[in-house]
Design a protein around this ligand. Structure first.
Ligand code: HEM
Length: 484
């Protein structure tokens, strides 16, 4: 048992990639799920270009992949390499080894110091203010590209507050008034367009760096590079402003703390340091990109379900009225008592797994994996999509059914077998932030409004969504009716 089962049709340069395309042209995660059925195996093996690739698709193998220290590397992906000037990986998402460990630890610590990823009064006050601002916007605004004649553009309206909140901990920047909203909207659309352009690039072949020279990919390189330049310029400008106003006695955000480290390394003449402006730019991108499109995308998928299953929206509203009442806005203290609301959020993260194949890992040494021999350099893919759709765990995974997360007393089950944010050392650092924000958006907005299908519009087809680094719903309009 040296290599797991997989397709046999192999082509020069492409390896087994064309077999994947053949099984599902748009969604690699669906192709791999089909492949598991064809080869009757939970573990798959094939070649992407010259690289051996192993896919784990059940709970046991995914947990082993995510836990084993030998599998925590990253591969050079076309989509990440367009971001760096000298072809060397920077940032956190796509790096490995000492650089990744040290920088991730630094940002986790300093973002937490400024309220990110924990319960923190100042950030919760700001989050509540963002939700209140959106409620006022939906009650009073008459003519905005994302809100016209009582119709809201989903999921764009969810994005602004998340970016503003992240920036408050990361760069200390404030976005106020209409001008602030326009700036946030610009960041959101830039990140989203970058994300949409990753569509064919995020297909598995682009895990192979030379894929950019192969059809059908090379046409995309110019556009995606331009979109990346916009995001990079935003990060560069933020750094420039922070450097100009830097005062080591007032560290107001994670970037201030970083600049302090950079200056210390420069003063010591430390040429080996990871604390550089180029690295900081990529970290800002690594946080701005997910903050701009993950939470809002996941909420967009949920709002689709409110159209397809209006009873879910009604049940959340009933729970909110019972637990919170009508006179105050929901806050994070209510979260532990809003079991159905929380179960609905868990269910949408299972039902529409936002990062279906996670971010691919890499074997940094030869290792044993579930009885197979895995060589150093092998691409290791945990299929979170397969885990979240495993009939042995969920029974009827194809149905959207929040009740599956509740026990017979209507209480949230203690054990949650989903892994939408991964697990282990590579766990998504945005998990707590994302879960808190999703809860506040669902609770705050459904407390105040009912969302429904505009007259004459068709119900969405939730099997159609946009592929990319993470998947994203097609944009759609919803009628917003204030609750009395
Ligand atoms: C619904 C929202 C989100 C989901 C489902 C999600 C999911 C994921 C997943 C599956 C990974 C890969 C884990 C692995 O490699 O094993 C990841 C990594 C990451 N995420 Fe998220 N994420 C979300 C939101 C966010 C937010 C809001 C941020 C930051 C503001 C963020 C920042 C990151 C970073 C920096 C990494 C790289 C971690 C590493 O390589 O060590 N994510 N995320």
């Amino acid at each position: 048992k040296h290599f797991p089962p997989g397709p046999s049709l192999w082509f020069p340069y492409y390896g087994h990639f064309l077999s994947i395309l053949f099984l599902h042209y748009h969604h690699t995660h669906k192709a791999l799920a089909k492949m598991c059925r064809i080869y009757k195996s939970k573990i798959l093996g094939f070649y992407l270009g010259p690289f051996p690739t192993v896919v784990a698709s059940d709970e046991k193998s995914i947990r082993e992949l995510l836990m084993k220290p030998q599998f925590q590397g990253r591969i050079d992906q076309v989509v990440s390499l367009v971001r760096v000037d000298f072809g060397e990986e920077r940032g956190i998402i796509f790096t490995e080894g000492d650089l990744w460990q040290q920088q991730k630890r630094f940002f986790l610590r300093h973002l937490r110091d400024h309220g990110f990823g924990k319960r923190s009064e100042p950030l919760e006050v700001q989050l509540a203010a963002e939700i209140q601002d959106l409620i006022t916007f939906l009650r009073e605004e008459r003519n905005h590209p994302a809100y016209q004649n009582g119709l809201a553009l989903i999921p764009s309206i969810f994005a602004w507050g998340n970016i503003a909140l992240l920036m408050s901990a990361l760069t200390g920047e404030k976005f106020t008034g209409r001008e602030g909203k326009d700036a946030l909207n610009a960041i959101h659309w830039n990140a989203l367009n970058f994300q949409f352009y990753t569509e064919p690039l995020a297909g598995t072949l682009t895990f192979v760096p030379f894929a950019k020279y192969l059809p059908p990919f090379f046409g995309y390189m110019k556009d995606i590079t331009r979109l990346n330049d916009n995001l990079a310029n935003y990060a560069k400008n933020s750094i420039r402003k922070k450097m100009d106003s830097f005062n080591e006695d007032t560290i107001n955000c994670a970037v201030d703390a970083y600049i302090k480290m950079m200056k210390e390394a420069q003063a010591d003449g430390d040429k080996e340091t990871y604390f550089t402006e180029e690295q900081l730019k990529l970290v800002i991108q690594d946080f701005t990109f997910p903050a701009s499109n993950t939470i809002s995308g996941q909420l967009g998928f949920l709002w689709q379900q409110f159209l397809l299953h209006p009873e879910v929206q009604t049940k959340i509203q009933e729970e909110l009225d019972r637990v919170v009442g009508r006179s105050e806005l929901p806050n994070l203290n209510h979260r532990a008592e809003l079991h159905y609301t929380e179960a609905t959020i868990r269910e949408i993260m299972r039902y529409k797994t936002l990062v279906p194949l996670s971010v691919p890992h890499k074997a940094t040494e030869d290792a044993n994996f579930m009885g197979y021999h895995v060589e150093k350099g092998t691409i290791m893919i945990p299929s979170l999509y397969c885990l979240h759709n495993d009939p042995d765990i969920w029974g009827d995974p194809e149905n959207f059914r929040p009740e599956r997360f509740l026990d017979s007393n209507g209480q949230l089950k203690k054990k949650d077998r989903t892994l939408p944010f991964g697990f282990g050392k590579r766990l998504c650092p945005g998990e707590t932030f994302a879960r808190q924000n999703m809860f506040m958006y669902v609770a705050g907005l459904l407390h105040n409004f009912t969302f429904s299908l505009p007259e004459g519009a068709k119900l969405p087809d939730d099997s159609k969504y946009i592929p990319g680094l993470n998947v994203h719903p097609q944009h759609f309009w919803m009628k917003v009716t204030p609750r009395s």
